[in-house]
Design a binder for this molecule. Structure first.
Ligand code: ADP
Length: 488
C-alpha cells in the first residue's frame, strides 16, 4: 500500500507531545511492513534542521488557491530517521510557519487550514495517488472534508482517509472566513449539524468534527479512550457525533518506537542496560544526580516528564513534589508549560524547592534530558485528569522505571496495579480518584515497596521492561484498517 501521513508534528524535529512520536513510530512500522510511506509537514522555522538529512527544494512554486488569491509555496524534501518527508513552505506576508513556535498563535486555525489545503494541492499536482491519507488531530481535520468536497472531483476519487484523534480537547473551531479561504464556501451547507457545525456553539464550525464526519475510518489512541470519548464528557462535545459514526470508529493503542526509546541502544544515556543487566541502570541514576547536584544516597527518584497542561493533573504533580520529599524520596520534574500562568506556578515551585538536595525542577522542552530521566529515575508519576493514550508510562516501563498513574484512558489500558491486578500483568501502581489522598496513598505504596521489598520492586521493574508496547501490534492494526478502507 501507499500511505501519506499528513501531520503538524513529527519526532524528533517538530515535537510538542505524543503526536510527534506516533507519526514517526507508526510510519517506520508501516514501512517495515513493506508499504510505501511519505510524510507531509509544515516547514516550521523552529524545527530541528540538524535532524533532517539532505533537505532540498523539490517543488518550486506550488500554487495554492487561498481566499481571493493564490499563495506560492516551495516544497522541500528530506529524510528524517530514514523516513521520506516533504515540508511545505508558503511565501506570503502571513508567514504561517515562521512564528518561532508550533502552536499558540491567534490564527492557528488559518495556519493549519492552509497547511491542509497545501498538502492536498501538492498531492494532486505531483500525481501522487496514495491508497490512504492518514491525518491527525484538528490541524488536519479539513483534509478529508476538502478531499470529499473538492479534490475528489479533480482526480483524487480513489483516495481514502483514516483520521486519528490524539486529543479531543483541542478541536479547531472557526467561522465563514475559513470556508471562503479554503474555497469550500457554501456556509448554509457546512453549518448543518450533520456536517461541520459545532455541537456546543452553533455559531462556529469545527475542524475535528469535519474529520470525523468525512473520514473513512476514525481512530483514537486507546480502546478505553474510545469508550470515554463516546460515553463520558471526555469527548468534549463530540460524543454524539462519534455515536452517529460508531461503525467507523475505534481505539488503537499507541506504540513506542523502540529504536528511539530503548535503554539497550540509547546513545543519550551514559550506561546502556537490559533486563539482565538492570543493575547498570543505577549508573544513569548517578549521572542524573550529578547533573542536578542531588544527594547520592539510598532514596528513590520519582519523576514527572511531560507538558504542563491542566490535562496532566497539575495540582497533583505539584503536590507529589512535596509528598516525595516528605516520604524520603527525591523528585525531578521536566515540564513545558502551555501558558504563562502555569509557567509561573511551576517557576514558583522551582524557587521554593531547587535549593533542596533532593529536588530539581526543570521548565522547558529537552528531548535528550528526557532520555536520561527515564533511565535514571525509579518511578514516574502520570496523574492525568484525562489521557487519550499516554506515552510517558510506556517509555518509562521500557527503561525499568515504574509508573504511578491515574487509571484513565490509555493509562487504564496499559498500567496494572502491583496489589490489585492479576499477578501476571502487574507492572505499576494505579489510583482512581483525582485527589491528593489517592496519589499520596499510591505513592506511599510504591515508596514502601522500594524500601521494604527491594526484590519485589525489582521484579516489577522487570515486568515493565518485558512488556511489549512496541509498534508491532498497533502497526498491524493500522495496516489492517488502511487495507479495509482502501477496498471500500
Ligand atoms: P501528550 O501527547 O499529551 O503530550 P504523551 O504522554 O502522549 O503526552 O507524550 C509525551 C511525549 O512528549 C513523550 O515522548 C515525552 O517524553 C515527551 N515530552 C513531554 N514534555 C517534554 C519535555 N518538557 N521535555 C522533553 N520531552 C517531553
Amino acid at each position: 500500500m501507499y500511505i501519506i501521513e499528513v501531520a503538524s508534528e513529527m519526532a524528533p524535529l517538530a515535537k510538542v507531545g505524543g503526536l510527534a512520536d506516533v507519526v514517526l513510530g507508526l510510519s517506520r512500522e508501516i514501512s517495515i511492513r513493506g508499504n510505501s510511506v511519505e510524510i507531509i509537514l509544515p516547514k516550521y522555522d523552529c524545527m530541528r534542521y540538524d535532524l533532517i538529512f539532505g533537505l532540498t527544494p523539490t517543488y518550486h512554486d506550488l500554487q495554492v488557491p487561498w481566499g481571493d488569491g493564490v499563495i506560492s509555496c516551495t516544497v522541500w524534501f528530506g529524510f528524517v530517521s530514514d523516513q521520506k518527508c516533504f515540508f511545505i513552505e508558503p511565501h506570503s506576508p502571513e508567514n504561517f510557519f515562521n512564528r518561532n513556535t508550533f502552536y499558540g498563535c491567534t490564527d492557528d486555525v488559518q495556519r493549519f487550514a492552509f497547511f491542509s489545503k497545501a498538502a492536498l494541492e501538492f498531492i494532486l499536482k505531483t500525481d501522487k495517488r496514495p491508497d490512504v491519507i492518514h491525518c491527525h488531530d484538528w490541524q488536519t481535520g479539513l483534509v478529508p472534508v476538502m478531499l470529499a468536497e473538492m479534490y475528489q472531483h479533480a482526480g483524487m476519487s480513489n483516495q481514502r482517509v483514516c483520521y486519528t484523534i490524539h486529543n479531543f480537547k483541542h478541536q479547531g473551531v472557526f467561522g465563514g472566513d475559513i470556508l471562503h479561504a479554503t474555497g469550500l464556501h457554501r456556509p448554509d451547507y457546512y453549518y448543518q449539524y450533520e456536517k461541520l457545525r459545532d455541537n456546543s456553539n452553533p455559531s462556529v464550525l469545527n475542524c475535528m468534527k469535519g474529520g470525523i464526519v468525512y473520514s473513512n475510518f476514525v481512530s483514537t489512541v486507546s480502546p478505553r479512550h474510545a469508550f470515554e470519548a463516546r460515553f463520558t464528557d471526555q469527548g468534549h462535545g463530540l460524543g454524539d457525533t462519534l455515536n452517529r459514526h460508531q461503525e467507523k470508529f475505534g481505539g488503537v493503542l499507541n506504540g513506542v518506537d523502540y529504536n528511539t526509546w530503548n535503554p539497550e541502544i540509547d546513545h543519550h544515556i551514559p550506561a546502556k542496560y537490559t533486563c539482565d543487566t538492570i543493575q547498570d541502570k543505577y549508573h544513569n541514576k548517578d549521572a542524573l544526580r550529578d547533573r542536578f547536584w542531588l544527594t547520592k544516597d539510598m532514596k528513590p527518584i520519582i519523576a514527572y516528564i511531560g507538558r504542563l497542561d491542566e490535562q496532566k493533573g497539575l495540582d497533583l504533580i505539584y503536590h507529589a513534589a512535596f509528598h516525595s520529599l516528605n516520604r524520603g524520596a527525591q523528585f525531578i520534574l521536566l515540564g513545558s508549560g502551555s501558558n504563562n500562568e502555569i509557567n509561573n506556578k511551576f517557576g514558583h515551585l522551582k524557587n521554593q524547592l531547587n535549593n533542596s538536595p533532593d529536588c530539581h525542577i526543570e521548565i522547558g522542552f529537552n528531548e535528550e534530558l528526557a532520555h536520561l530521566i527515564y533511565a535514571g529515575a525509579d518511578m514516574v508519576i502520570v496523574p492525568s485528569v484525562f489521557e487519550p493514550c499516554g506515552l510517558t508510562q510506556l517509555i518509562a516501563m521500557r527503561y525499568g522505571t515504574i509508573p504511578i498513574v491515574r487509571a484513565v484512558g490509555g493509562l487504564y489500558d496499559t498500567v496494572f496495579d502491583k496489589d490489585h491486578a492479576h499477578s501476571w500483568e502487574r507492572n505499576g501502581f494505579t489510583f482512581n480518584d483525582l485527589d491528593t489522598y489517592a496519589i499520596e496513598s499510591t505513592m506511599n505504596r510504591a515508596i514502601s515497596l522500594f524500601y521494604d521489598y527491594p526484590h519485589d520492586f525489582r521484579q516489577l521493574m522487570i515486568n515493565g521492561m518485558k512488556s511489549d508496547y512496541s509498534w508491532r501490534r498497533p502497526g498491524e492494526n493500522y495496516v489492517n484498517i488502511f487495507d479495509y478502507i482502501r477496498h471500500k
